[in-house]
Design a protein around this ligand. Structure first.
Ligand code: N01
Length: 539
């Protein structure tokens, strides 16, 4: 089959793929972007369920590379909804004329490294074949929805949806008996929206989740003008701080929560929530790791649940029994309040587990429910899901799937030893979703872009991390996360939500600013931690 030759092949047309395309195209490289979806947007193309929005402020959850772009798109809300985020991505695509380099409805199936030519051969599900020097996976951290494997799932006769693959047609809940399975960030967002119009909504909860009430509001021109004036400073703080945000990163107390009286600590936490500024995790130094500190925060949150949720049995069911910061908690908008509605029931499927899906609904051990619609908000095969679904073969015919069988092994989350010239944007071992994802993406794209410039300038044909450096990085990620609750949580950060997936903490927890410094230092020192092959020998 005839191969189409390009300098770089990018997989995915979300925030990461689009910016990568723009940077490399401006260098004069020939680029092909392949996208499985029917249009641009990545996560924001697929997750179009009612209530979907980002819980990072919109003025920060957007590209910083163009001052003009930054100031011409008017964000309507503090936490803008999915249609507005998608509109922003489409606007960026049109502004920089990116669409002509993207092939939609095309999935990459195979990527095989050719050691003789040092090129990648890439195949798609539509039968195309590409030959490329640089193979770049911009497939996102949360792009493979996890569908639960209930017995009888295909027999259900009603409507069946996953929040992560929401249909394009209008879905109505009016007059319907609806079930939601899953109450992570997606469930917390979709539940209040469905409850507004459904005849009845039953939330099938396995494990409760911490949900902090969020503060959303419309943004007016005065607010936006003020942001534009301060943007340089906000972005600087975002890129050098740990979480990729410059606006809401209020200074913590720098003290243990135990240094305050219970009343003082509760008052401070209530204020943080009331004003929607900062996070409970950064207010005190020990909430991330000390069980006693966590207990105080938990009691505060339990009190909050008791205050909001009228039925005490429901309130008790909504109280998680694990440390707050052992998982990603959700920002909720009327989530807890939704359980006060007459048309909403919370069902505990931890003590009464789901046995099967029937043609008419759901059967648990002790009950049988009838539903017109089931919505699964059951999460994703995070971080490695999309990468491991491509048949990637590197040097010595090694499959990436085999190399990563006991957990992903990558250097800086950017490259993996044995897979020369293959880059991953926000890959495992990078800050990715532990920081504002758009800032993580910009940092990666710019680093890759500079690296490619270096490779081309120095006529380096093959480039990959040294194995010992990769091993050290993987160990470093494991070591720095160890003291924190998050290293043990039953979360997708560790692959704990996917049966059989190795439990390895995947994102880099040391903060975006620190990570960026490390990456920059490596580049400044001539990429000494990488093998660099000019002709046939590594130097
Ligand atoms: O997925 P999740 P998500 N039977 O994995 C339940 C980002 N995000 O899509 O806890 C019954 O967090 C599971 O129960 P349990 C964000 O990074 C961001 O909500 O395992 N239940 C859990 O309740 C987030 O972390 C935003 O007991 C089953 C839920 O499904 C990430 O995406 C918005 C089950 C899955 O929760 C993932 O969030 C949305 C089963 N067989 C998403 N299998 C914002 O920016 C799973 N569950 C706001």
């Amino acid at each position: 089959m005839k191969k189409i030759k390009v300098d770089a092949l990018v997989v995915g047309a979300g925030f990461a793929g689009l910016y990568m395309l723009l940077r490399l195209r401006d260098k004069g490289l020939t680029i092909q972007v392949l996208e499985a979806g029917g249009d641009v947007g990545g996560t924001w193309y697929w997750n179009r369920y009612p209530g979907a929005r980002c819980d990072v402020a919109s003025v920060e959850y957007c590209y910083s590379f163009s001052k003009e772009l930054q100031e011409e798109f008017k964000w309507p809300e503090r936490y803008s909804a999915q249609p507005d985020i998608l509109k922003y991505i489409e606007h960026t695509t049109e502004k920089f004329e990116l669409r002509k380099n993207i092939l939609f409805n095309t999935k990459v199936t195979d990527a095989i490294y050719q050691e003789d030519t040092q090129l990648w051969h890439v195949k798609t599900n539509t039968g195309q074949c590409y030959e490329t020097r640089y193979f770049i996976m911009a497939t996102g951290c949360l792009s493979v929805p996890k569908m639960p494997k209930f017995k009888g799932i295909d027999s259900f006769e009603g409507e069946f949806y996953h929040t992560g693959k929401w249909p394009h047609h209008k879905v109505t809940f009016d007059g319907k008996q609806v079930a939601v399975i899953g109450i992570g960030s997606s469930g917390v967002q979709v539940i209040p929206e469905i409850a507004k119009t459904a005849k009845h909504l039953t939330v099938l909860q396995r494990g409760p989740t911490y949900c902090i009430p969020g503060k959303n509001y419309p943004l007016d021109d005065t607010y936006l003008q003020d942001i534009y004036r301060r943007y340089d400073d906000i972005r600087h703080k975002a890129k050098t701080g740990s979480r990729g945000v410059g606006l809401t990163d209020v200074k913590g107390t720098g003290k243990s929560i135990k240094e305050f009286s219970r009343e003082e600590a509760f008052k401070m936490m209530a204020e943080i929530i009331e004003h929607g500024k900062g996070t409970l995790g950064s207010l005190f130094t020990d909430v991330k790791s000390d069980p006693e500190a966590d207990q105080i925060v938990r009691e505060f949150l339990y009190e909050m649940i008791d205050r909001i949720v009228e039925d005490s049995q429901t309130a008790n069911l909504l109280k998680p029994d694990y440390p707050l910061l052992s998982k990603r908690y959700s920002l909720g908008f009327e989530y807890l309040e939704t359980y006060n509605r007459d048309n909403v029931t919370l069902a505990d499927v931890l003590t009464d587990p789901i046995k099967e899906i029937t043609p008419k609904g759901v059967k648990t051990e002790h009950k049988e429910y009838t539903f017109d619609m089931i919505v699964c908000a059951t999460g994703f095969d995070g971080m490695t899901g999309a990468i491991s679904r491509v048949h990637i073969v590197g040097k010595n015919s090694e499959r990436l799937k085999d190399k990563w069988a006991s957990g992903p092994r990558a250097y800086l989350g950017l490259m993996s030893h044995g897979y020369p010239n293959m880059f991953t944007i926000t890959g495992p071992g990078s800050p990715s979703i532990l920081a504002n994802a758009v800032m993580s993406i910009e940092q990666h794209v710019e680093w890759i872009d500079n690296c490619i410039e270096y490779l081309d300038r120095n006529e380096i044909k093959a480039f990959e991390p040294k194995l010992d450096e990769e091993d050290k990085w993987v160990q470093h990620v494991t070591d720095i996360v160890k003291p924190f609750f998050i290293s043990k949580g039953n979360s997708w950060y560790l692959g704990a939500n996917i049966p059989g997936k190795p439990r390895v903490f995947m994102p880099y927890p040391g903060g975006l600013g620190t990570y960026t410094e490390i990456c920059n230092e490596i580049a400044k020192n001539g990429y000494q931690t990488f093998l660099q092959k000019r002709s046939y020998v590594y130097e």
